[in-house]
Each structure stands twice: as C-alpha cells, then as structure tokens.
Design a protein around this ligand. Structure first.
Ligand SMILES: [Zn+2]
Ligand SMILES: [Zn+2]
Ligand SMILES: [Zn+2]
Length: 465
C-alpha cells in the first residue's frame, strides 16, 4: 500500500509507552510495541498533531478556525480528483503483495449488482412501512446507465469552498479533508461543532475505569486458554485459512453462519464481496469471525474480512452543505458492492454507563435478542471457568460503541432509511462485546462523489433519502 516513510523509533516508543500508561485498553493488539504505522496512533503525524491532540475541544476549535481558508476550484477539478484516486487504487492494489492476484478493483459483476439492487429494492419498500415480500426474480437487471444513476446521487460541491481541515486524521497515510459549503458563510463566522473535534482513532477502546469487567475480559482473552487464533501458515503472502477446514478461526467463522435464516448465506472472507441475500435483520443474523495478529497467519489470510479496511484504499471527504443536517461523508472513488468500506470506531460502553450527550451518536453492538448467539459463543471454546462466567454476564447486557471521545470518519456518515452501507459485526481474536468490530459494507456500487450512509437506529435526526 502507500509506503510507510522511515519511522522515527524514539517517537514510536514514546507514543507506545504513552498508550501502555493509558487507562484506555487498546483492543486490537496484544503487543503494543509491534504496532504497524497504519494502526498506531498516527506515527506518521503531520506537523501540528501533538499540539492538536494535547488540546481540549476549545483549543482544537481555535486551531481549526485559525487555519480555515477559502479555496476556489476550477470547473473540472472534481473529475480530475476522482480520476487520480481511481488510478491510485488500481496501482496500489496491483503492487501490494497481499492484494495482487487476490483482489481486483473494478465495478461489480451484473450478478452482484443484481443481488445488491434486489436487497435495496426490498429495503426501500420496508422503509416505507410496507411488508417486504421476496422478489421472485433472482437477479433483476441493474439500471441501464450507471452514469445517470451516479449523477443523481453524487454531491456536486460549489467551486468556492471553505477548507476547515487539510487532514482531520493528522495521519499522512490516511488523508481526510473537511469542507464547509454553506451558502454565504465566511471564514470569520465559520462554525465548528464538537462533533468534529474527537480524537481520531483506528481501534475501539475500553476505559478500564468505566468498564472494569470488559477491560479484564480483553486481557483474559489473550491468555492461551481463551485466545481464539490459528496456526496456519504458508509461503505465499496470503495464507488460505478460509479453505482450511482445520483452521480454528475459519471454524468459528463458519459456525456463526447458523444464525442466518436465509438459505443463501452471507460469507465473511477476505477478498470475496460480502453480499446480503435478504433485506431485513442482517445486523442480527450476519456475523463474522476474522483472523488477527494473534494467529500464525497474522491476519494475512483468506479468513479476514477486515484486511481490506487496513489497506485504506478508499479516500473520503467530510463536507457540510446544509446547516440542519450537519457534516456528511462522500467517497472520492468508486467502491464496488460488497466491499468493507470503513469501520465504525468508538469506546465500548454498556448502555447504562453511556453519557446522556452520547446517545445521539452511539451505535448499539449487542442486544438482548442476541441470547442465542451468546449461548453459542459461551459453548464454543474450552474457556477458563472465569472467562466463561464473564461471557455469560456480558450476554445479559447491551453494549454500544460511543464515538464522542474516540471516533473516526464513520461517525460523520449520514443516517438513512435506504442507506448504501450495511453495518455488520465481525469478531476478532475473542468473543466478548469488546471484540466486536462494526464494519460498514457497500450495499451497492458507490460512485465517486456520492455520500455514504448507513442505518443507525439510535440517530434522532433522520435524513431519509
Ligand atoms: Zn487459520
Ligand atoms: Zn486465525
Ligand atoms: Zn488466518
């Protein structure tokens, strides 16, 4: 992928130590010193990262306000940007040894488009309050002209924009620009809400002070008896875990398919598109398990539906063109249907510990209706007695991802009743609520310039397309 620049060892060590001392438990990595630059707090930090990160919301707002500037774009600038990103993705996916020959970038096949539009059609009917009847035709034809479709859905910004941030992540490897396109707005009166000032994070966190049980479970899940990992290996860049019936991770992944009511199953593998044969209850039924850095394959295998996310292939932009809706996210590139687009990052919190002001943003990841899932999970492994008891306790509670303090681009996405991304759960390394990763998958081919959205039951401000 985008090549990591030389890493300043001392800086990395200092940052890693800071995280070891942090009361927030990082969920993804057992050995903090082995953090790769893309996962770490932005070690390829831009100038100003430390000043920004050490400031409170007020300080951060000031920093952004001082740098806000009007930019004027040429007429066809957008198209050039889209084209350049498309070229980059093709180049990156063709040169990365973990993608080359395994994953191909291009628009989806007619079969995949057909399946996606069938589901979207059902979803639209469902959103109108009507009962979904199964569409008989298996693969209805996609719309005749994708260009027409894209031009209807894409956001075309004005040529005069206010650039609020060159890069909200402060990570040179993951650029995220923020624009405000409100009519009549000037640099002097630009409004920057708290919802833009969170700590940009690449993994979920558990605050041990608030969730001591969960923090303990994260540590216990790393003990040999409780760790869910495999010892598959291969000389190839990608290990075929998904094709190995003896791979522990694959076995767990497959066993979770039993919760799907449909005869066609949603599969969670690394390079095949994640497709949803039916429109309803996908969040509750479609659950995956992925290999991780704890496995011999290090997650570089065919049983890791989270691997593409790590590559950060798809660039986004945050923009605001309507003061009532607030900020939205749009894609700069074409994203094929079935592709994991982004992860929704936040702090894992039990419902009763959630701050009042976080209710609008938090995404619920476990439900009381998950009872069968938890029964299955508790009996999956030869866990230690204490760990098993903990898993049983978690099953009775509801957990959420709260992005108020720690978050990523996903927290800014629009809510929609007919969204173009579907939220699904993928467990990794363990099976506690702290090991759930919320993945947003493209429900259709998403075109350059199109806003990305997902259905979020907890969002109060509805923005229905
Ligand atoms: Zn394996
Ligand atoms: Zn594994
Ligand atoms: Zn694997």
């Amino acid at each position: 992928m985008r090549k990591a620049a030389e890493i300043d060892d001392e800086k990395v060590k200092a940052l890693a130590q800071k995280f070891v001392d942090d009361p927030f438990v990082e969920l993804r990595f057992s050995n903090i010193m082995n953090l790769s630059p893309l996962h770490a707090p932005p070690v390829h930090a831009e100038d100003g990262y430390f000043a920004y990160n050490d400031s409170n919301f007020e300080g951060r707002r000031k920093i952004l306000e001082e740098k806000a500037a009007v930019v004027l774009y040429e007429k066809n600038f957008e198209l050039q940007v889209f084209r350049a990103h498309c070229v980059n993705i093709v180049r990156d996916s063709g040169t990365d040894p973990e993608l080359k020959g395994y994953w191909k970038y291009g628009s989806s096949s007619p079969e995949i488009c057909g399946m996606a539009y069938r589901v979207l059609g059902q979803r639209a009917v469902h959103a109108m309050g009507n009962e979904v009847r199964r569409v008989q035709k298996k693969n209805p034809k996609p719309p005749k002209s994708f260009e027409d479709y894209a031009s209807q859905r894409a956001y075309r910004p004005p040529r005069r924009r206010i650039l609020l941030s060159q890069n909200l992540t402060f990570n040179t490897l993951d650029k995220l620009m923020v624009f405000s396109d409100l009519p009549n707005e000037t640099v002097e009166d630009v409004q920057i809400p708290d919802s833009l000032l969170y700590d940009y994070s690449y993994s979920n966190k558990v605050y041990a002070g608030r969730e001591p049980g969960l923090a303990k479970a994260v540590r216990m899940a790393d003990e040999p008896q409780n760790l869910l990992s495999c010892d598959c290996c291969s000389r190839e860049p990608i290990v075929p875990c998904y094709e190995n019936p003896d791979c522990m991770c694959y076995k767990v992944n497959q066993s979770l398919q039993q919760f799907q009511q449909s005869t066609e199953k949603t599969e969670f593998s690394t390079f095949k598109p994640i497709l949803f044969p039916k429109a309803t209850d996908t969040f509750y039924e479609c659950i995956g398990f992925a290999c991780s850095d704890a496995c011999a394959c290090r997650g570089r295998c065919t049983n890791n539906s989270l691997l593409l996310l790590e590559k950060r292939l798809f660039p986004f932009e945050i923009y605001r063109n309507d003061p009532l809706v607030g900020f939205s996210v749009r894609s700069y590139a074409m994203i094929p249907a079935g592709t994991p687009v982004m992860e929704f990052i936040g702090e894992v919190t039990e419902m009763c510990n959630l701050n009042e002001e976080s209710r609008d943003y938090a995404y619920q990841i476990t439900y009381p209706s998950d009872a069968e899932l938890w029964k299955h999970i508790v009996n999956l492994g030869e866990w230690s007695k204490e760990y098993k008891t903990m898993l049983k306790e978690f099953s009775k509670k509801s957990y959420l991802l709260d992005p108020k303090k720690f978050g990523n681009v996903a927290r800014t996405c629009l809510h929609s009743c007919t969204p173009n991304m579907e939220a699904v759960r993928v467990f990794q390394k363990g099976l506690s609520p702290a090991h759930v990763r919320l993945v947003l998958v493209a429900l259709e081919d998403i075109f350059p310039g199109c806003p990305v959205s997902f259905y979020s039951a907890t969002t109060f401000l509805m923005h229905c397309a």
